[in-house]
Design a protein around this ligand. Structure first.
Ligand code: BGC
Length: 886
């Protein structure tokens, strides 16, 4: 049958037009859920507009516990020698585009402390050349391979190290992926907190093994791009007064959004980046409940809290609430003023920030640095973020008159990482449907490739700033989470090479609107029993870029690049069609699953620079697919039970997470919705069988809530309180707009420069008190009470490869906690196994106390409920042949 559908009308809208449309009857209505997906009344009650976050003071001081003692002692020894300005200098960025990295601290040359270089991204070194672009977080999650996550972290860390960075700004566990449209979900891993927790922790360990600090971001509930930042939202003509507030209850916090961050802290992450959004109407970077009570108290975090760029909106208030470092240092980009810097010097001199708090900030920052051996492993920065010119200004924003020189040494940091990236791209490709057409032989009479998503971007692989366009094949999404490709192997090039190397027949049409030609070629391919391989994608990214009305977040779950008419023509005319998807997350594909002409569906995600080669390895059977979906593919967005808020519902937009912990598969399970493809699903070219479930109960000591009391807050060195000693040094040349720690007047009120100097009524009760504090009952070590990781049960199963090819399988263990408000089941174990044909392997899952507990908001601790707990083992969240009651 012949089918030609005209190209869809372009969806491009000017920013103003969108806002207009949004206000007068939104084209993207804010979804309200008639049947609240959480059965838990506490979750619903805790997710109301104008919810408040309780104050928690003082800010706990680090003590070097949990493997941090060597780093802590070294940091203390150094902080004892620092002057007030030197301490302040460690805490404050020098200003946007004032030094070479996206964030740079002041230095202490007298004692050999370099300026620390903070550089994006979670997937590549951003803003420089000769670096690799790795498979993105969502692909790492799809691999379900912890070793891959570690090695990728280590390999990325090596590249950051070779460029002279001190901290890689990643990995990401916030967004977790509450709603499938969330613009930055792909930077993180999966909406399942257990899967994300493992990938997050392994990435951190890998990155930090190289001497690079990792940054666990964005803390927390940074689940959508719309309204994340005031300035950005106003630029888009949204009429708001503050960033949006993510509102949810304490149980949802612990069981869902905090879970992976606890894993990250336990893995020893050097810093945690607080996010732009408000949480329960208190800014995440000034939220004493989250930073003081939860992160530094309960989770015993020993490193430092760094603000997201311009997410810090105050000095004293944020510092007392737990913020340790302000980035990029200026209040807003290039104002030349800082909430920290000289204002922190003033705050310590006038007592609104006690010395112990400043000392703790400095100790935490240096301890993070020493914890990863940054002092011995780092080299000087050899690139400049804001230009690729070899010579140029030392302080980019102010130009060459303030110093110029060699700024880009063009160091090639890649080694042979390309080979690993190719392998990881293949290992993270999910096979969703296969009627036997795959693997291809390469000897097909005619191989016809369709779709813009197969082709290179004609403007070059880095042709759009920050990847802010969707032209050509999608191997990396947009925003600060990406880096520049050293090359990009397109699917078209790789597949053509595959066929042409033995002089086969290959044709491609990568113009999605050439419907006549598409129809002709697909019919001809069908007639000779060739294979049609059709490509389609869906993109998203960070809120500072808007592509066709997708303000970071996607506005729907359909294909981009007007791929739909192309796909309809191919699938109508060619009964041997392979559909390849490059998407940031869920996409609506029910009709392709149901279409008999679609012989196979492959989700390749965002595979990075070796995209085409990784795909060819899977399609031609050199790699047997063993990846699994790290999210649910539903038939429509409504099925997910949580959505982005697209139009402000209040001047401070309120994101009410009324679904509680019921996101992704938990929502589908709870509402008995059969997904198109479920979480954890993925096929192989071989087959596996599951048998022999065995459960061993382990002896674990009874759980003891932590009960120790800290020492009083330590103070290091004496601060000279005379204001004259804190003035700018004489004969000092100040670079304009650069943030320094010194004062420009001995009169603190004039040095402060703002109005309202001297008012200290805003200081919360207890915030200045450095007396000993009691340990949080669920705390006691980084990540939480160590007994939470006591193993309560060992579950064993046998997996057999009953097919004829070697392959990888991911047995998954799910637990039903059994309570009326619990999800039907939650992931609590997975392992990636490589099994030869005819062989069996046994897999053992260890279930910890934490894995089986619920968060109890009353005792503020994890508790094992009395409900019957059941375990399920199988190959996806819905294929669970083995089950037993614990
Ligand atoms: C992003 C962060 C990023 C920072 C520095 C912010 O806008 O949210 O993820 O690390 O910019 O570029």
């Amino acid at each position: 049958m012949v089918l030609i559908i005209p190209v869809a009308v372009s969806l491009t809208l000017a920013a103003g037009a969108f806002a207009q449309a949004g206000l007068n009857g939104s084209p993207f209505p804010d979804v309200t859920w008639p049947d609240a997906v959480s059965p838990n009344p506490a979750a619903v009650a805790g997710a109301q507009s104008n919810q408040k976050s309780p104050p928690k003071y003082p800010s706990p001081w680090a003590d070097g516990s949990g493997g941090w003692s060597a780093a802590y002692d070294k940091a203390v020894a150094l902080v004892k020698k620092l002057t007030l300005e030197e301490k302040v200098n460690l805490t404050t960025g020098t200003g946007w585009q004032m030094d070479r990295c996206v964030g740079n601290t002041g230095e202490v040359p007298r004692l050999g402390i370099r300026s620390l270089c903070f550089q994006d991204a979670p997937t590549a070194v951003r803003y420089t050349d000769f670096v690799s672009v790795f498979p993105q977080g969502v692909n790492v999650a799809a691999s379900f391979d912890k070793k891959l996550a570690y090695l990728r972290g280590q390999t990325m860390g090596e590249e950051f190290q070779a460029k002279g960075a001190s901290c890689q700004l990643g990995p990401v566990a916030g967004p977790l992926g509450r709603s499938p449209e969330g613009g930055r979900n792909w930077e993180g891993f999966s909406p399942d907190p257990y899967l994300t927790g493992h990938m997050f922790a392994e990435s951190i360990k890998g990155i930090q093994s190289t001497g690079m600090m990792a940054s666990a971001k964005h803390f927390i509930a940074n689940e959508q791009e719309h309204f994340r930042q005031l300035g950005e939202a106003l630029d888009y003509d949204f009429n708001i007064t503050q960033p949006g507030s993510s509102n949810f209850d304490d149980q949802t916090l612990h069981e869902l959004y905090l879970w992976p961050f606890a894993d990250g802290v336990r893995a020893g992450v050097a810093n945690v980046m607080c996010s732009y959004n408000l949480v329960n109407n208190s800014q995440a970077c000034q939220n004493s409940y989250l930073l003081n009570h939860v992160l530094k108290g309960e989770l015993g975090f020993q490193g430092f809290v760094i603000s997201d760029w311009q997410a810090d909106n105050s000095g004293v208030s944020a510092i007392l609430a737990g913020l340790d470092m302000s980035m990029p240092g200026d209040t807003l980009f290039n104002t030349g003023r800082s909430f920290f810097g000289p204002n922190l010097t003033i705050a310590v001199l006038n007592g609104t920030v006690p010395q112990w708090r400043l000392d703790d900030m400095a100790v935490r920052i240096l301890a993070g640095w020493y914890y990863v051996d940054g002092d011995t492993k780092s080299i000087p920065v050899n690139f400049e973020s804001f230009t690729k010119d070899t010579y140029g200004p030392l302080h980019y924003h102010v130009g060459s008159q303030w110093g110029a020189g060699l700024i880009n040494e063009h160091v090639d940091s890649r080694g042979e990482h390309g080979a690993l990236i190719r392998q990881w791209g293949a290992e993270s490709t999910v096979l969703l449907k296969n009627d036997g057409i795959l693997p291809l032989t390469g000897k097909e009479r005619l191989t016809a490739v369709f779709g813009q998503d197969a082709a290179p971007n004609p403007n070059g692989p880095n042709g759009c700033s920050n990847k802010g366009c969707d032209i050509g094949t999608l191997a990396e999404a947009w925003g600060s989470g990406q880096g520049d490709f050293p090359y990009l192997v397109s699917p078209e090039a790789a597949l053509q090479h595959e066929i042409v190397s033995h002089y086969g027949a290959f044709e491609s049409i990568t113009n999605n609107s050439a419907l006549t030609q598409i129809q002709t070629l697909s019919r001809r391919t069908n007639a000779v029993s060739g294979v049609c391989i059709a490509f389609a994608n869906a993109d998203s990214g960070e809120g500072f870029i808007n592509i066709e009305g997708n303000y970071g977040d996607r506005k729907n779950l359909t294909f981009w690049q007007a791929a739909e008419p192309m796909l309809q023509n191919v699938t109508t005319n060619c009964n041997r069609t392979v559909l390849v998807i490059h998407s940031v997350g869920p996409i609506e594909i029910q009709k392709y699953k149901d279409n008999v002409n679609v012989s196979a569906i492959v989700w390749a995600g965002l595979p990075g620079e070796q995209s085409g080669n990784s795909l060819a390895d899977v399609l031609y059977g050199r790699v047997n697919p063993g990846a699994k979906l790290p999210f649910t593919l539903g038939a429509s967005r409504e099925e997910y039970g949580a959505d982005v808020l697209y139009t402000p519902n209040q001047p401070v937009p309120q994101f009410n997470f009324q679904e509680g912990v019921f996101v992704d598969y938990r929502a589908f399970d709870h509402r008995n919705i059969t997904p198109v493809y479920e979480f954890g699903f993925g096929l192989s070219y071989t087959e596996f069988e599951y048998a022999d479930l065995q459960i061993e109960k382990c002896d674990a000591a009874p759980y003891e809530p932590a009960s120790s009391v800290s020492d009083a807050a330590p103070i290091y060195g004496t601060i000279d309180n005379r204001t004259t000693t804190h003035l700018f040094p004489s004969n000092f040349t100040r670079v304009p707009l650069y943030i320094y720690p010194w004062l420009n007047s001995t009169n603190l009120s004039s040095a402060y420069g703002g109005s309202g100097y001297g008012d200290s009524t805003f200081i919360p009760d207890g915030a200045l008190d450095g007396s000993p504090i009691a340990t949080h009952p669920a705390g006691g070590a980084p990540g939480g009470n160590p007994q939470l990781w006591d193993v309560l049960y060992r579950v064993t199963a046998t997996i057999s490869n009953v097919g004829s090819l070697a392959g990888a399988e991911v047995p998954q263990l799910y637990v039903s906690h059994g309570g009326p408000f619990d999800p039907k089941r939650v992931l609590r174990g997975f392992e990636k196994l490589f099994i030869k044909p005819g062989q069996s392997t046994s897999v053992t899952f260890e279930l910890s106390r934490r894995d089986l507990s619920n968060w109890d908001t009353v005792s503020q601790n994890w508790v094992l409920s009395d409900y019957t707990k059941t375990v399920f083992v199988g190959s996806s969240s819905r294929a669970l042949p083995l089950t037993a009651v614990l």
